[in-house]
Design a binder for this molecule. Sequence first.
Ligand SMILES: Cc1ncc(COP(=O)(O)O)c(C=O)c1O
Length: 401
Amino acid sequence: MNIRDQFPSLKRKINGKSVVYLDGPAGTQVPQRVIDAISDYYKTSNANTHGQFASSHETDQMIQEVRNKLAVFLGAESADCISFGQNMTTLNYSLSRAIGRVLQPGDEILITQLDHEANRGPWLALRENGVVVREVRMQPNGTLDYDDMANKLNERTRLVAMGYASNLFGTVNEVEKVRDMTYQNGSWLLLDAVHAAPHMTMDVGAVDCDFLLCSAYKFYGPHVGILYARPGLLDSLPTDRLRTQEQHAPYSIETGTLNHAAITGVGAAIDFIASLGNGPNLSAHLLTGMAFIHHHEKELFHRLVSGLLNVRQVKIYGPSYDTWPRCPTVSFSVESSTASRVCRTLANEGIFAWDGHFYAIRATEVLGQIMFGGFVRMGLAAYSNLEDVERTIEVMKKNYD
Ligand SMILES: Cc1ncc(COP(=O)(O)O)c(C=O)c1O
């Protein structure tokens, strides 16, 4: 079936016009199969885990199956490396509290100016324990300053917490290079892959990171946070947990009852991506499915950015659009208007785009854009099409050229 036909929300109209969803970086639309999986779960298998009856068995089995799928999706060794949480931020806070307990005063953590606050706040909070948190600089073009990172890494650095890709500029960071740098001093590498995971294949084995976090609502699923931890690592951390819950990975960071229905939906979101590819097994389907999404988004993104570059009042931030790999996300300011007014103008035409700092507030401050209400951000997804892009450029050109 055609991709767009699978997304019921694409039928929505505003002022008689079909909605153009450019808000994917803040959460994508979901295909019918995700909606069905969630509703079927409530119809047939709604129960708590580890009971002696059918619906509970089905729930246990379903959660395990989704962990298995996520292990394939992220390139993890096994489902035991995959934990669920309410969202990425909450999981990262739980992880930071646990890591804080094994660090000594004077130990150091590196964070970056480019990151979303969800990968800064939890680490900055450890300053209370005497941990030194250093910030890697961002360059004016929205890429990380790797020389600055090298200068700030030292034998006391225990963790580098950085984004895989920027949710503000779409910059894909040089994570392999950083991994090489961290090998030298033995620090852990934690990647916030919330913005990257919807657009490119994640392979924790190849990147050799210690932790990776992502969020299913950014890749066509419901609101569920996901944590990958290297085998054995989570077991070595004193997470906050009840004595009544399972004490080992992947459960030891999963407090309370999970959102089972949403987890079913995560499995269906992975099936959706797999359905865009082909091959002998899930891994091959996901690899080719993601390659398809990447290629589709890349073509449209070129069209979108070259169109925006032709709008006189638009100033685009971040790496140049032909820098690749990158995510199909662009942020810009408009000379005669605030970001919120631009987004209201677009909204009246049925075009949904975000304004603000998108929690990448440090980068927005560094670029001096915070006092102007941040940026306008547009992001593409598997369901975006040429008409979406052309309508957007037309409205921008009409109002801001
Ligand atoms: C790059 C990035 N990291 C982290 C987050 C936070 O994710 P969550 O909403 O799952 O806590 C977001 C959400 O926008 C994000 O874009």
